[in-house]
Design a protein around this ligand. Structure first.
Ligand code: C2E
Ligand code: CA
Ligand code: CA
Ligand code: CA
Length: 270
């Protein structure tokens, strides 16, 4: 039994070594990716449910690795956060998304995800300002998406940072609402322009009374606070119809369009 236990232990350390090694490889690759133009933003439409017009796009990052192929954000954003590379990556997203949106024919907005870690860098506001200046994009067409964890700990003055961003004219959305520590009281700490209901609730609402009840609570509250609600992860017309009934106004999901490179985005419009 003893021997068995040791073997298992060795297996465990080996596996840990593998994880650590592959993380280091990814970290090195990621440094090259940033300088080597392997990172690319894809754009997913956000649609007004009343008239089906596209009011904006969320920018979602993709990594085209020269050997491993397409890598999704959930597989590299956490590593970028652990290694501090998220600041470079985040600045790239802001600059690139603003430049891209400034070239669009229409007045659609562009939404950029901010990692909570970007709030630890005192230059966040000037990076956003730089992206707006360089692109000439009207600040009201830029939206940043933050998660509740940004509000959880205000020791760094995150609310003040949000106020500075707001003062630039940028829109602020609260992403993944309903997950995590979710407390309705967060909505009083800052005047958000938009709340995005996490796609797990949309996914479950067909067969979970709880999911539907939470969606109802969020839409009811948003009406009284006059905040717009985006439902994310809408995949079926049944979900769309039900969400409209519940008072959602903006929709994002495969039913309306998948994230695509901007070249294809244009093709879809024409
Ligand atoms: P998120 O901000 O919640 O983005 C929505 C995710 O849902 C995206 O996954 C999108 O492709 C996916 N999605 C959209 N519609 C549907 C649908 O109908 N069904 C399903 N099953 N999924 C749908 P993606 O692109 O893999 O991104 C994952 C997460 O990575 C994002 O979640 C966001 O937290 C993070 N992320 C992506 N790009 C960036 C970035 O530039 N910066 C930072 N900090 N995070 C990013
Ligand atoms: Ca988002
Ligand atoms: Ca989200
Ligand atoms: Ca999410």
């Amino acid at each position: 039994a003893k021997r068995n236990g040791r073997n298992r232990h060795e297996h465990f350390t080996l596996a840990m070594d593998d994880v650590a090694r592959s993380r280091r490889v990814i970290e090195n690759d990621l440094r090259e990716a940033i300088s080597g133009r392997q990172l690319k933003l894809y754009y997913q439409p956000i649609t007004n449910g009343d008239n089906k017009t596209i009011i904006g796009y969320e920018a979602l990052m993709r990594w085209h690795h020269p050997i491993k192929g397409l890598i999704m954000p959930n597989d590299f954003i956490p590593i970028a956060e652990e290694t501090g590379l998220i600041h470079m990556l985040g600045a790239f997203a802001l600059y690139d998304a603003c430049r891209e949106a400034a070239s669009w024919e229409g007045e659609q907005s562009v939404s950029v995800n901010l990692s909570p870690l970007q709030f630890k860098n005192s230059s966040l506001v000037s990076v956003v300002e730089g992206a707006l200046q360089e692109s000439g994009l009207n600040p009201s067409r830029l939206e940043v998406e933050i998660t509740e964890s940004v509000l959880l700990d205000d020791s760094l003055g995150n609310i003040r940072t949000l106020e500075s961003l707001k003062a630039l004219g940028v829109q602020i959305a609260l992403d993944d609402f309903g997950t995590g520590y979710s407390s309705l009281s967060y909505l009083r700490s800052f005047p958000f322009d938009k709340i995005k209901i996490d796609k797990s609730f949309i996914n479950d609402m067909g067969d979970s009374r709880e999911a539907l009840a939470i969606i109802r609570a969020i839409t009811g509250m948003s009406r009284s606070l006059d905040i717009q609600i985006t439902a994310e992860g809408v995949e079926s017309s049944e979900q769309f119809a039900k969400l409209r009934e519940e008072g959602c106004t903006l929709f994002q999901g495969y039913l309306f369009g998948r994230p695509q490179p901007s070249e294809l985005r244009l093709k879809a419009l024409s």
